[in-house]
Design a protein around this ligand. Structure first.
Ligand code: DGL
Length: 262
């Protein structure tokens, strides 16, 4: 069976790597809509229209058994639409506000996301429903997704930029200090060691990837044997450059030309 893992870029690889560990019986197709990256800056109606066309194309070509939307900015907008449109499990990646609210000791939680994700009604309703007793700070970082891509592709880190993007995560209210920062963008786990190094005090950087993969595993049947079909990646921005090809081959993905484009 084929599982389609989708993101605006390469951040969704943080979900893919967990999903493959837990569902080795399946073939994975990774799709990065990098022609439209970053999703965090898009206006909602235009982004829904864009993603709808892209998913129709992908589902038509790959006929997956399950879709994993490995992007918070996309999931907080498109999940109801995909679930109505396609007759298959659609697994989303949404800010892990509920587990953070359950685990915090100080009652101070920050959610590090994209500007799009923090504006969504979906995100606000997660806070109201699951974290009303907790002080939740939502941070829409403007440049972190691109910084994560740069790091993943080249190893380069702009520490000043990253420090200033994460600075507002750290709240100290009369000694009650932030103890959990939710990584609410699938790109950010790749920077978590840098975050740890630059943080003013230690916190739990909550990455939901494994929990999402575990949930996904419950939604499909598993054939007895491990898949021997090659996993594939395609990017709507055209032929990936040398650095991206190297990264993908490190993930064991073969690049396929995407017919989608802009
Ligand atoms: N990886 C995406 C997410 O989880 C965001 C990156 C973007 O802005 O496109 O929200």
């Amino acid at each position: 069976m084929t599982v389609l893992v989708f993101d605006s870029g390469i951040g969704g690889l943080s979900i893919l790597r967990e999903a493959r560990v837990l569902m080795p019986e399946h073939r994975f197709i990774y799709v990065g809509d990098d022609a439209a990256f970053p999703y965090g800056d898009w206006e909602e109606a235009a982004l829904i229209e864009r993603m709808s066309a892209v998913f129709d194309n992908l589902v038509g070509r790959y006929d997956p058994s399950m879709i994993m939307v490995a992007c918070n900015t996309a999931s907080t907008l498109i999940l109801p639409h995909l679930r109505t449109r396609y007759d298959m499990p659609v697994v989303g990646t949404v800010p892990a506000i509920k587990p953070a609210a359950e685990r915090t000791s100080s009652g101070q939680v920050s959610v590090l996301a994209t500007p799009g994700t923090v504006q969504r009604d979906y995100t606000r309703s997660l806070v109201n429903e699951f974290a009303s007793q907790v002080n939740v700070r939502l941070i829409g970082a403007e440049h972190l997704a691109a910084a994560a891509e740069r790091f993943m592709l080249t190893g380069q880190v702009d520490e000043q930029l990253i420090a200033s993007e994460i600075e507002t995560c750290f709240v100290d209210r009369l000694g009650a200090r932030t103890d959990i920062v939710v990584l609410a963008c699938t790109h950010y786990p790749f920077l978590s060691n840098v975050f740890r190094r630059l943080a003013p005090w230690p916190v739990d950087w909550l990455n939901p990837a494994e929990a999402i993969a575990r949930h996904a595993r419950t939604l499909v049947e598993h054939p007895g044997k491990v898949s021997d079909v090659q996993d594939v990646a395609e990017f709507t921005g055209g032929t990936p450059g040398r650095e991206l090809k190297r990264l993908l081959s490190g993930f064991g993905l073969t690049v396929k030309e995407s017919p989608i484009g802009r």
